[in-house]
Design a protein around this ligand. Structure first.
Ligand SMILES: [Zn+2]
Ligand SMILES: [Zn+2]
Length: 302
């Protein structure tokens, strides 16, 4: 193994995207500096902003939370308890322990409590439970950000997630998504400002940071999910990366720099629905009552 670029001691990791050999200590400081620079480059939020990190118990969101706190940001966490037997129970415990060691506040939003039922009950009634679960999570993350008075909502999406989602959007020419695919989105029509500070980090780099910071996280993915389609694009992206190293980062960053502005300009033309405010819950929605308020009603009637 080569020597660390900073201290010339034996390196413990080589980061291909940046052609950088680093020792443990300097990898951790590189990671945190690069995160700080990403936040600044995309003007995601200021030092003083009240930020809320959506944490699932997986490596990405916990790494993001820890690194932000180490950098001095006032970041708290929010966890959505989906009510999936062992999985949600274990994830919740991991996240609660993590918040306690960080010394930061954690909000737990339980679907059982807020909606009257969890995802398993939804699965018994509809085949579309997986995409519906995604929408439900987004609803309650927006809702929690406003309810608890935070300015910015952060998620742990990494470069692999963003590049493969972008590939999927391009293959399907989903222009309305392409016009909004940016690592920071300003607050609009009742939605809070959102940012993805890990968008320039690979899954590998995040995993290596977690290892060196001894972060305990949930390795299993959701037992109810069938992510087959998303995996196809992720595997295609990995193959491209293997054949042509550097493709992933270039594909994503060149999109942000050169293609996004073109799609963004026209994004309004491609929206299927105009947003309204749900008369019952006050959240932005495509119809009133919104899908959450209708789900609640259906459940009570069932
Ligand atoms: Zn070093
Ligand atoms: Zn509503």
């Amino acid at each position: 193994m080569a020597r660390c670029r900073i201290c010339r001691q034996k390196a413990s990791i080589f980061i291909p995207h940046h052609r950088l050999p680093l020792c443990d200590e300097h990898f951790v400081s590189w990671f945190e500096n690069y995160l700080r620079r990403t936040i600044q480059k995309f003007r995601m939020f200021s030092r003083e902003a009240r930020i809320l990190v959506a944490v699932s118990g997986g490596k990405d969101s916990l790494v993001l939370w820890k690194a932000l706190v180490k950098l001095g940001y006032a970041a708290d966490g929010v966890f959505i308890d989906l009510g999936i037997e062992d999985f949600s129970f274990l994830s919740r415990r991991v996240v609660e322990d993590f918040a306690a060691t960080l010394g930061r506040k954690l909000y737990v939003v339980s679907l059982q409590k807020e909606l009257g039922f969890g995802i398993p009950a939804l699965k018994r009634r509809t085949k579309k439970y997986c995409s519906l679960c995604g929408s439900i999570k987004r609803y309650f993350l927006n809702w929690a950000t406003r309810k608890f008075h935070y300015e910015v909502l952060l998620t742990g999406h990494n470069l692999d997630d963003e590049a493969s989602a972008l590939l999927g959007n391009v293959i399907n020419w989903s222009i309305k998504y392409l016009g909004r695919k940016y690592p920071v989105l300003p607050a609009h029509s009742g939605f809070p400002q959102k940012a993805k500070p890990l968008c320039r980090f690979t899954s590998f780099e995040i995993q290596e940071y977690a290892k060196r910071q001894k972060i305990k996280y949930i390795k299993e993915s959701c037992p109810l999910s069938s992510e087959a389609k998303r995996l196809v694009f992720a595997e295609m992206m990995d193959q491209l990366e293997e054949q042509m190293p550097g493709t992933k980062l270039r594909f994503y960053l060149d999109y942000l720099r050169r293609a996004f502005p073109i799609f963004q300009e026209k994004v309004e033309d491609f929206l299927d629905h105009k947003l309204v405010t749900c008369a019952r819950c006050g959240e932005p929605a495509i119809s009133s009552p919104c899908f959450i308020c209708r789900l609640k009603e259906e459940y009570q009637g069932a």
